[in-house]
Write a protein that binds this ligand. Sequence first.
Ligand code: HEM
Length: 493
Amino acid sequence: MAKCLRDFRAKRVETLAKTLAKTLAETLADWTGWYLGFYDLTSHRNDKILDWHRKYGPVVCIGPNEVSVATLDGTRKIYGTTFRWAKSNYFDHFKGYGMRSVFATKEYEEHRQKRRFISSFYQPSTIYKLPEIEHYVKDRAEAVVRQIQHDQPVDVYGLTDWYAIDIITFLTLGPDFASQSIESPCVERQIFARLKQQQFVGPFRIRHPRAYAAFSRAYQWLSSKRSYLVADDDLASWCKDRISAAMDGKRLLDSHSLLRHLLHHDHTGTENAPLNRDYVAAEILDNINAAEATVAVTATYLLWRLTAAPLWQDNIRKELALLPVQEDGSLSFTDIDSRVPALEACLREVYRLHPASSGRAERVVPQGGSVISDFHLPEDTIVTTSVPALHRDEVLFPDPDRFMPERWLNADPDTLKAREAQLIPFGHGGRICLGKALATLEIKVLIASLYQQHKSVMEASTTAESMRQCSTHDAVPSALKCEIRFQRVAEKC
Ligand code: HEM
């Protein structure tokens, strides 16, 4: 029978009193958002919510009107296409040039229409089949390999970031306007580095946008070291300039770019109905942001985990060595993707332990309320699935905090199916990530290029604490760097 949220709170208070595990602050969490706000500010939000799920169960009240859920059934209800729950006001903060991109659109129907504009561009059959995309990704991966000096420390968070920027600017703006940030210092490097710092003040900004705007302008005027406070504005200006230049570019019509796709496709079925230019710019800005941050974080955690697990580096290298080499000397992505199970298992394990998103995929319970895992949630309640709680479920993933790629290789078919269903780093349902194919291509090609002839070893500056994954928008490592060293492996004679 459905219980209402009030009963649920009362039951929780009772249970907590019995176990004496309750602190005054935790009880207050039900009535005030400030308690969780504190963990927001210290970028521990996701860890705290995971703790609460481990203590109190699969449905937890995390604020006056906010609930976190840790069941697959609940997730299907919240995000599935059947119920069409809208996104929360949190997504108002992701508008660009005053417009809502696909990601920032809240209502179901408006979102469905916009998603049609870009989904064909990113679908696997486009990303994996166009030779120029694979070619460019390999070119950038080789550029990364060229930056590596034998046995010298290298910050792979920086390198993977530049790799991701170069590729997404190529795809969104076309070849003439792609950045070349791997090879040399450039404005893009600076803007994205400052954006990473800016995330740590994100929660304050989201709670108090006007105060933040005034404060950040004043503060950066006083000290240029604080220019990161307006990094998002700098990115928006940079992006708008690049889009204007690309629109005047001679080869725009020949390029397979998102810009051309949005400007020159007849999306409405009626002639002379081009998309609003500011909307097009907002979509491109959002895609650049989404693709740069997530790919860099995932690739960095994969490199870090592999560096700590040399056996898995060897496994990947051995499997790569069995693949046929193409005429141009490279391995085909199809082979890397389908015939290197050790790489696939390591990547899945990184998606499980280090999902590269904020954890705030908030949705709003529609009119009439809804029942999730036996709890009745009133309409307008903000609900989110805790991805860490699903990914670290100790029944499905024994020893859940350990990096164990073998769990994806040795499981019986039913267990494997259950694990796959509960692995949702790209979200779930009608708003699942559009960039999964591109992310997979980028990450696998990069890892194959790096480990074919190198092994990596840990640098002393890289520790569990420096790699603590923060609950910022892009789930970044706390030190904003990951230093490791690469050494060439001996060639077989
Ligand atoms: C490892 C890499 C990535 C991860 C883990 C990831 C994760 C996610 C997640 C969790 C969502 C859903 C957010 C929600 O439901 O509120 C999302 C949405 C989205 N992602 Fe990604 N993403 C990745 C790479 C990319 C790339 C490379 C792009 C390329 C442009 C991209 C573009 C998008 C877009 C456009 C959406 C909005 C989809 C919609 O609302 O319909 N992502 N991503």
